[in-house]
Design a protein around this ligand. Structure first.
Ligand code: ADP
Ligand code: MG
Length: 397
C-alpha cells in the first residue's frame, strides 16, 4: 500500500474541533503507568494540533473491557495525568464515553485546549459497540468534531468505531506517528535487502503462527523462540514438559516445518524453572532432556550462537516477540543477547509488538534500531502484506 493519504498538515485546524485517535494503550498496574512510550510517541501530533489552535479531542482505548471491574482497572485517568505532565498543560478528562457531560465539555473547549475521553472500550460492555464498529457509535463520536485524525497505529489493523467508524463520518487525515510507522515499515516490505530474517517469539501463539506462511514466502530465515518455538519443537517431537505451547497449532506447525525446512531455525537449548516464576537458579536444558514439570522460560547460549550466524549475515531484520520471559530478572538474558546482536548487525532492524517494544526500551536499546513500532498486531499485518482498515478509510490526498 503506497500511502497517498491525507496528513494532518493538509488541513487548516484553526478553531476546529479535531478528534485525534491516539494509541494510549499503555501497561498500567495499580494505577501506575509502567511504560509511557506510546504516550510520548503521540505527543507530536497532539502538539501540532495545539500549536495550530485546534480544540483537541482525544480518543483512545486501554486494555479490554469485559466486566464492570475491567472499567475500574482500565480507566484512562492516569494517562490523562501523564499526558498533562508531558504536554505541560491541563488535559480535561471526561469519565464518560458519551452523553451530556462529554458534550458540554466539548462545547466549552477553547482553541489550544485538550480533552481526553474515557477509554473507548467502555463501549464494549455490556454490548460490544466499539469493537464491532457499531455505526451509531462512530456517528456519535464524529458528531463531536469537525476533523478526524488517526494517529493510532496499534489499532490500525482493526475496524473499530473509534477509528473506522469516526473516519467514515468526517473529513480525515493521518497523524505523524502513523505516517512515521508506515514509512519505516515500508522500508522493510518494499525495499527488503536480502538476506531477510524474521525473529519471532512471545506468547500470542495462535495469531502469530497464522502469519508465518506469508512471512516465510518473503523471508530467508525464520528464527523462532518463546511459545512459538515451543509449539514447533513439540511438532518436531520434543517433550517440553510444562512449557507454554499451543496444542491446537501443533499439526499446522508440522506442515510449516515440512514446507520451510530450510528456513525455520529453532532453539536448541534454554533455561527453565519448575514453575512459571522467577528464580535465581535457572535450570539449563537441551530440547531432548527437559526435566519433568519444568517450564522453559528463555533461550540458552547455544541457541544465541546459532541465531547469531543468521542475524549477522542479514541485511533486513524484523523482530516480533521477546525470546524469553524478559519480565523476570533471571530470564531476560536471551532477549538482551538478541538486542546486543541486533545492535552489532548492520541490518535495517525493525521491532514490532507491545511487549517487544517494552523489552527493547527497558533494556536500553531503543536508539540502536532503525525503528521500534508502537503496534504489534498492526505491524505484523502490514509486514504480511495486508491492508490496515484504520488507514484505508482515511481520505486520499
Ligand atoms: P508482543 O507483544 O511483542 O507481540 P507477545 O504478546 O506475543 O509479544 O508475547 C510477549 C510475552 O511472551 C512476554 O510477556 C513474555 O514473558 C512471554 N514469553 C516469552 N518467552 C516465553 C516463554 N518461553 N514461555 C512463556 N512466555 C514467554
Ligand atoms: Mg503482547
Amino acid at each position: 500500500m503506497k500511502h497517498v493519504k491525507r496528513l494532518i498538515t493538509d488541513f487548516d485546524l484553526n478553531d476546529k474541533k479535531v478528534i485525534i485517535r491516539c494509541d494510549l494503550n499503555v501497561p498500567i498496574k495499580d494505577g501506575v503507568i509502567l511504560d509511557d512510550n506510546r504516550i510520548k510517541e503521540s505527543l507530536k501530533t497532539i502538539k501540532y494540533a495545539i500549536g495550530n489552535n485546534a480544540k483537541v479531542i482525544i480518543l483512545s482505548h486501554l486494555g479490554r473491557i469485559k466486566s464492570e471491574e475491567d472499567k475500574i482497572k482500565n480507566s484512562l485517568k492516569p494517562v490523562a495525568a501523564r499526558l498533562s505532565e508531558l504536554l505541560q498543560q491541563d488535559v480535561v478528562f471526561v469519565e464518560e464515553t458519551r452523553g451530556r457531560v462529554l458534550e458540554e465539555h466539548v462545547k466549552d473547549l477553547k482553541p489550544g485546549e485538550v480533552l481526553l475521553v474515557q477509554n473507548t472500550r467502555f463501549e464494549d460492555y455490556p454490548d460490544k459497540k466499539e469493537s464491532t464498529n457499531d455505526s451509531e457509535l462512530g456517528k456519535y463520536w464524529a458528531s463531536l468534531g469537525d476533523i478526524f485524525v488517526n494517529d493510532a497505529f496499534g489499532t490500525a489493523h482493526r475496524a473499530h468505531a473509534s477509528n473506522v467508524g469516526v473516519a467514515s463520518n468526517l473529513p480525515s487525515a493521518l497523524g505523524f506517528l502513523v505516517e512515521k510507522e508506515l514509512k519505516m515499515l515500508e522500508a522493510v516490505i518494499n525495499n527488503v535487502k536480502h538476506p531477510y530474517t524474521v525473529i519471532m517469539g512471545g506468547a500470542k501463539m495462535r495469531d502469530k503462527i497464522k502469519v508465518i506462511d506469508k512471512l516465510a514466502q518473503k523471508a530467508d530465515y525464520l528464527l523462532f523462540a518463546g511459545g512459538i518455538a515451543n509449539t514447533f519443537l513439540v511438532a518436531s517431537g520434543y517433550d517440553l514438559k510444562a512449557s507454554v505451547y499451543d496444542e491446537e497449532s501443533v499439526s499446522y506447525c508440522k506442515t510449516l516445518l515440512d514446507k520451510y525446512d530450510d528456513k525455520i531455525i529453532l532453539p536448541v537449548d534454554g533455561y527453565a524453572n519448575l514453575s512459571y516464576e522467577d528464580t535465581d537458579k535457572p535450570i539449563y536444558v537441551q530440547n531432548e532432556a527437559v526435566p519433568d514439570k519444568s517450564v522453559v522460560l528463555d533461550v540458552g547460549p547455544k541457541t544465541i550462537n546459532l541465531f547469531k550466524k543468521y542475524i549477522l549475515k542479514s541485511n533486513t531484520i524484523f523482530w516480533n516477540g521477546p525470546v524469553g520471559v524478559f519480565e523476570f530478572e533471571h530470564f531476560k538474558t536471551g532477549t538482551k543477547n538478541i538486542c546486543e546482536l541486533l545492535k552489532e548487525s548492520n541490518a535495517v532492524v525493525v521491532v514490532g509488538g507491545g511487549d517487544s517494544a517494552s523489552a527493547v526500551i527497558n533494556l536500553g536499546y531503543k536508539n540502536d534500531f532503525t525503528h521500534v513500532s508502537t503496534g504489534g498486531g498492526a505491524s505484523l499485518c502490514y509486514i504480511e502484506g495486508k491492508s490496515l482498515p484504520g488507514i484505508e478509510i482515511i481520505n486520499d490526498k
